[in-house]
Design a binder for this molecule. Structure first.
Ligand code: ADE
Length: 250
């Protein structure tokens, strides 16, 4: 899978994505990330990428021309037969989640457009963007960090990026439950013992305890996720007990 990021700060992208699991995937060639500087596609002496907003107001607006030229350059270089998916990062977009990450991971090429300043001229967005995506209800200074978040989450869904061992944690989120707590040595740390069941070697009991912990955590912090969770009869009963004990209505 190939990611192309149109940005004013390409070093931010390539630097930030060269570590850990994604860094490994890039090195092995399963995915590639190319960050292209929009400023390289300006034609004026001062390399302007933005201008004053029509109608007045604070800040500057990124201009159509350099962005469209960057986009065309990438399409021509890749000899794309069809229009690629182009994601524009904006707090006004659809909120990114694991389901979207899985869906985007089906694409062979994925483009990202990172805005800055007060925004991007709407006309170039209408011309090239296929998806407007937000990574959450807060405002960042630009789309770079948001695109990095998306690329990390999407690349993890590309076959071969995660080892078998690593892929487990994503699956559990897809089941609409948060992860259970983990422990490692020592057995006692600052007077706190590792839960006894984890030392028992009883795999079925451990599995049951972990599922219960997941349900408990999800109920405590993200109860709305439980509507989409698949629970066994026994687990439903467990959840009802938690709810009863917390005084919530059923
Ligand atoms: N750009 C600025 N804020 C953003 C957000 N929350 N998500 C995606 N892109 C952004």
């Amino acid at each position: 899978m190939k990611f192309y990021v149109m940005t004013l700060f390409p070093e931010m992208i390539t630097g930030g994505l060269s570590y850990s699991i994604l860094g490994r995937a890039i090195k092995s060639g399963i995915v590639s990330v190319e960050a292209v500087n929009i400023r390289d596609f300006t034609e004026d002496k001062h390399k302007h990428v933005d201008d004053y907003p029509y109608g007045g107001g604070a800040g500057m607006v990124m201009s159509c021309e350099p962005i469209e030229r960057t986009y065309r350059h990438l399409c021509e270089k890749r000899r794309l037969r069809s229009r690629p998916r182009v994601i524009y990062l904006t707090p006004q977009g659809r909120v990114f989640d694991q389901t979207m990450a899985k869906e985007f991971a089906q694409e062979e090429d994925l483009f990202f457009l990172c805005g800055h300043y007060e925004g991007v001229d709407e006309r170039v967005l209408d011309a090239i963007v296929t998806d407007r995506v937000s990574i959450g209800d807060y405002v960042l200074s630009g789309g770079e960090l948001a695109s990095m978040v998306m690329i990390d989450a999407i690349a993890r869904m590309v076959p071969g990026v995660l080892t078998n061992e690593e892929s487990g944690s994503t699956e559990s989120f897809e089941g609409n439950l948060l992860e259970y707590p983990q422990y490692t040595r020592p057995e006692v740390w600052q007077g706190q013992r590792v839960p006894e069941v984890l030392l028992s070697g009883h795999h079925a009991k451990i599995e049951e305890w972990r599922r219960q912990q997941s349900i408990l955590r999800t109920w405590e912090t993200r109860p709305e996720l439980l509507d989409g969770a698949e629970l066994s009869k026994k687990e439903r009963k467990f959840l009802e007990e938690i709810k009863k004990n917390s005084g919530a209505e059923m």
